[in-house]
Design a protein around this ligand. Structure first.
Ligand code: SPV
Ligand code: MG
Length: 291
């Protein structure tokens, strides 16, 4: 199946730490299709983006089925691997055991599960509520995920986000590998890459790392590749932020201009939008079947 192929492709790509794969965030099938057309290697079905697209905080406000629905919609639209952000797994290890197969069925190639307590809060929020579950409990959640799915299971530690220090982050990362994680996402909200660079250099784990450099954007993909430890770089929220800027600009111009003519040259054409909607495929169906 196509899903088996994307799972396998992602497994292989993660190991190529001298040239990390680049995932772009998406909050719906349209943004995922644009990211795929642009040439990104994978889609990050971001909880932050999904929440933002509902004008809600990224704090376990949306039901888990909202994550599932967007993953299904994205997976049925693009053929590159889709990495589902399942936050904390929406509960304990039992919840993980029941929800994980649903994400696999929805077409995800991978899930990222984080070691925060449910309900989670955004990692990027200053003074956010960053309480972690115990290492043992999270190992159970990873094991539950591995036991119930063929997908790539990426364990994410929020130890640095919670200000618990590098040693705790390292201990957690290694413990998660022991529990069966295929990769470890090490997250940081420091404004410079120093914290992440130090962690990556010290990492001796048997699996590749994953990073989300939103807070420390100065780091280049090339620089990350030179570390030889990171298999995947996730652009965490750039689709929804680009959408916000694009819409704000166009909306402002239209009201200022007192008409829609001024934005014609700077927004996507209707024809371009038809293409993204798969209009060609529908025409084919019309030709074949519509009598
Ligand atoms: C997301 O994009 O939902 C993430 C990355 O989990 S972050 O927002 O940095 O926590
Ligand atoms: Mg998230």
């Amino acid at each position: 199946s196509q899903q088996r192929t994307t799972i396998h492709a992602l497994h292989t790509a993660l190991k190529n730490t001298s040239k990390p794969s680049i995932a772009m965030s998406s909050h719906n099938a349209l943004s995922a299709k644009l990211a795929s057309q642009a040439g990104f290697n994978a889609i990050w079905a971001s909880g932050f983006e999904l929440s933002a697209s509902h004008a809600l905080p990224d704090a376990s406000i949306l039901p888990w089925t909202a994550h599932l629905d967007v993953v299904r919609s994205i997976s049925s639209t693009v053929s590159i691997p889709v990495i589902a952000d399942i936050d904390t797994g929406f509960g304990n290890a039992v919840n993980v055991a029941y929800t994980i197969p649903q994400f696999e069925q929805a077409g995800a190639a991978a899930v990222v599960i984080e070691d925060k307590t449910f309900p989670k809060d955004s990692s990027l929020r200053s003074q956010g509520r960053q309480k972690l579950v115990s290492i043992e409990e999270f190992q159970g959640k990873i094991a539950a995920a591995k036991a119930s799915s063929e997908m790539v299971i990426i364990a994410r530690t929020e130890a640095l986000i919670a200000d618990l220090g590098e040693e705790e982050a390292m201990k957690r990362g290694e413990a998660y590998v022991e529990a069966g994680a295929d990769a470890v996402l090490i997250h940081s909200k420091k404004k410079t890459p120093d914290e992440i660079l130090s962690f990556c250099r010290k990492w001796k784990g048997a699996v590749p790392l994953v990073i989300v450099p939103t807070a420390y954007p100065s780091i280049s993909f090339k620089e990350v590749g030179e570390l030889g430890k990171v298999g995947l770089i996730i652009c965490g929220n750039h689709a929804v932020r680009a959408a916000v800027s694009g819409m704000r600009g166009a909306f402002k111009s239209i009201l200022e201009d007192g008409g829609i003519a001024g934005v014609e040259g700077s927004i996507a054409s209707v024809e371009e939008t038809f293409e993204l909607q798969g209009d060609e495929e529908m025409r084919e169906i019309e030709r074949k079947f519509l009598r």
